[in-house]
Design a protein around this ligand. Structure first.
Ligand code: GRF
Length: 252
């Protein structure tokens, strides 16, 4: 709980929007002119009730789908294990469509169940996606995070996981969907780029946006330096967006 100057109230509530900050009282004067905090009981009960309901719900079981390095996977593992983040989620399964990638090693080190399922072993996209769904279901997965998963998903998979399937993309969508987007942003002379976490729908990088983080493009910026900068922003944005989803602050 914060006690702030009345003049700063709106600013503080606005800044706490993502945590659903709310006003639960006011500061009044006692007879001797000393300040006194007065709690509005119904506002207090409403807010405590909301948190208690959230804490009573089981922690969401999250799977992360990767194809490579998995630095976003690492950010998600670290943030879900950091109690100060207040994240009602646990990464319980990592699925890669490529063998021997760094992301699988990260899962192993973190003691998280993982599996490599190569799309090459399946006749069609639908068959591969159906095999992924049965693996995800066998792990009791609630939420699927795509983190550098280099496969286009079938409509079947997308509709099965709709509202529980999110992706991170290295541009400020709707600008620059698809591949090589850092290069495109540089070539277009953009002053800013960034990353977007969004719900996945049937299109490529078109789903509803959950959270974005902007980075400045400086004079002399290269594709490599911009990619690094966006990656750092991603490691903040993805945990942030996942927390919004699992803590019920956003839905599809
Ligand atoms: C990220 O830049 C993400 O935006 C894109 O793929 C990259 C994955 O990086 N979808 P990493 O494997 O998480 O390091």
């Amino acid at each position: 709980m914060l006690v702030v100057n009345a003049a700063d109230k709106d600013f503080v509530v606005e800044s706490l929007l993502e945590h659903r900050g709310d006003v639960i009282g006011s500061v009044t004067k006692r007879l001797n002119n000393e300040p006194q905090v007065r709690i509005n009981e119904s506002a207090f009960a409403h807010n405590i009730g909301r948190v208690q309901r959230l804490l009573a719900e089981p922690v969401k079981r999250v799977a992360v789908l990767i194809s490579g390095n998995g630095s976003n996977l690492q950010a998600l593992i670290d943030s879900t294990r950091n109690s100060t983040m207040g994240m009602r989620a646990e990464i319980v399964f990592v699925l890669s469509n490529k063998e021997n990638v760094m992301g699988l090693e990260r899962a192993r080190k973190a003691g998280i169940a993982s599996k490599c399922l190569s799309h090459k072993d399946f006749k069609s996209r639908e068959d591969f996606d159906a095999a992924m769904t049965s693996l995800l279901e066998s792990h009791g997965i609630d939420v699927v995070c795509l983190a550098g998963f280099m496969r286009i998903l079938s409509g079947q998979f997308v509709s099965k996981w709709k509202g529980r399937l999110i992706n991170i993309h290295p541009s400020l969508l709707p600008k620059y969907p698809g591949l090589h987007v850092q290069r495109q942003a540089l070539e277009a002379g953009e002053k800013y780029s960034g990353c977007t976490v969004h719900f996945v729908d049937e299109g490529v990088d078109t789903g509803a946006i959950i959270f974005q983080r902007r980075v400045a493009i400086k004079e002399g910026e290269t594709e490599e330096s911009l990619t690094r900068k966006i990656h750092r922003a991603e490691h903040y944005a993805y945990p942030h967006a996942l927390r919004m989803l699992v803590n019920g602050q956003t839905s599809f």
